[in-house]
Design a protein around this ligand. Structure first.
Ligand SMILES: *Cc1c(COP(=O)(O)O)cnc(C)c1O
Length: 426
């Protein structure tokens, strides 16, 4: 069989044999995309969870242009530059206290890889035999081999399974049954070989927008740290306001030892990631003995243009009423979800800050459920970009989305569901 695509581009998470031709986007502003055919599409998923304030935020775009005129790229080993230095100082001030060191990379996956390597390196350098990683069932931490290993196993990574290292999977902290989770972490940590536990704080994104309580997050961190292991917060999706606070970890109390940031770090404009670490972890790599160096780099580590964009994003957070906008969006989402609450086609209606999610009641759940792609196609015909996770539909728009546009998103969900159900029945 040959592909039906006339373009040489191989798209991510795309089955080219069945996918419709990709839509060509020419322009974006706020919560809207404009196609080359001049159609308007409402970006209800923030272009895969990255765009926070809105597309094309003027201050972030201006910072990118300004930085591009001065310094495009420079090696970051043995050299530094002001955007990276200033950004690191700002990040340290914004994140929960105790995180004092900033390591730059380029994507969420690399931020997580760096955190895992730092955790393992810390114990290796100390001469402690701790190599086991704990992670939450249904978790997602990226698509590289190392991050896939830490995340949930399934159709997405079956082909690579033989190369994925073993992790100890901890049951998701279901409301009311959290003790099961705590007991599993306790039992795993008692063996003394656990290096770290990695979690997505408060909400598991790609696993289906599964939400859990801040008290559960706090208790998981407490147990892990009680046994001398490190707690890694993967805030790649939850960071930068998504859950109602700047970082989800803020809602829990105990500080993570490692914090991963990416997606919204530049407001969603260009790629940049950061892994923040405690002084203790930095110290474990600080030595006259060069073998204790943290051996990691990517070519574009701390790209100056990306750092300038992130710095502009931080300024937006400091100077504009971003949290107030988030509160408004949270309330807008709440009202629309409440209106769906009486509709028995939708189950598990849930919300965390700006993120709204619901499950469509179908016997055949799971990612490959036909209902998701059909709903997605129908929503698109109504000018709304949605991307259901199996039978879970979620709305995660840029914070600037208008009330009218959000109404259209929910109309598309209701109409898309009916369309998809009719198709599934035939
Ligand atoms: C998206 C995501 C990642 C991976 O980020 P990329 O930039 O796509 O590599 C890691 N962890 C979480 C929680 C994510 O949502």
């Amino acid at each position: 069989m040959t592909g039906n695509s006339t373009s040489p581009v191989w798209h991510p998470f795309t089955q080219h044999a069945t996918a419709p031709a990709p839509i060509k986007v020419a322009h974006a502003e706020g919560a809207r995309l404009w196609t080359t055919d001049h159609d308007i599409i409402i970006d209800a998923i923030s272009s895969w969870w990255v765009v926070t304030h809105g597309h094309g935020h003027r201050k972030i775009m201006a910072a990118i242009k300004d930085q591009a005129d001065r310094l495009d790229q420079v090696i970051f080993a043995g050299f530094t530059h002001e955007p990276a230095e200033a950004l690191a100082r700002e990040l340290i001030e914004l994140v929960p206290p105790g995180l004092t060191r900033v390591f730059y990379s380029d994507s969420g996956s690399t931020a997580v890889e760096v955190a895992l390597k730092m955790a393992l390196g810390t114990f290796h350098n100390r001469g402690e035999k701790r190599t086991r990683i704990l992670s939450l069932e249904h978790g997602y931490h990226g698509d590289t081999i190392g991050t896939m290993a830490a995340g949930a196993r399934g159709v997405f990574n079956a082909a690579y399974a033989p190369l994925l290292y073993d992790v100890t999977r901890i049951p998701f902290p279901v409301a009311g049954q959290e003790q099961t989770t705590f007991d599993a972490i306790d039992a795993a940590c008692r063996t003394g070989d656990v290096a770290a536990m990695i979690v997505e704080p408060l909400i598991l994104g790609a696993g289906g927008m599964l939400m859990y309580a801040p008290t559960a997050l706090a208790e998981m961190a407490r147990i892990v740290r009680h046994y001398g292991a490190l707690f890694i917060a993967d805030e790649v999706m939850t960071g930068w306001g998504r859950t109602g606070t700047l970082f989800a970890s803020e809602q829990a109390g105990p500080v993570p030892d490692l914090l991963c940031l990416a997606k919204g770090l530049t407001g969603g404009a260009i790629p940049l990631a950061a892994t923040l670490a405690t002084e203790e972890i930095f110290d474990a790599h600080f030595s006259e003995d060069r073998s204790k160096t943290f051996f990691h780099s990517s070519s574009y580590t701390a790209n100056p243009i990306a750092c300038a964009a992130a710095l502009a994003n931080v300024k937006v957070w400091r100077q504009e009423p971003v949290l107030a906008r988030i509160k408004t969006l949270t309330e807008m989402q709440r009202r629309r979800l409440a209106a769906l609450g009486t509709d028995n086609r939708f189950r598990n209606i849930r919300q965390l800050g700006t993120i709204a999610a619901l499950d469509i009641d179908v016997p055949d759940g799971g990612y490959l459920a036909r209902i998701g792609p059909a709903l997605q196609r129908h929503a698109l015909s109504m000018g709304v970009l949605l991307r259901p996770l199996g039978n879970t539909v979620y709305v995660m728009p840029p914070y600037c989305i208008s009330s009218d546009d959000l109404d259209q998103v929910y109309r598309a969900i209701v109409a898309g569901e009916a369309f998809a159900r009719a198709g599934a029945a035939s």
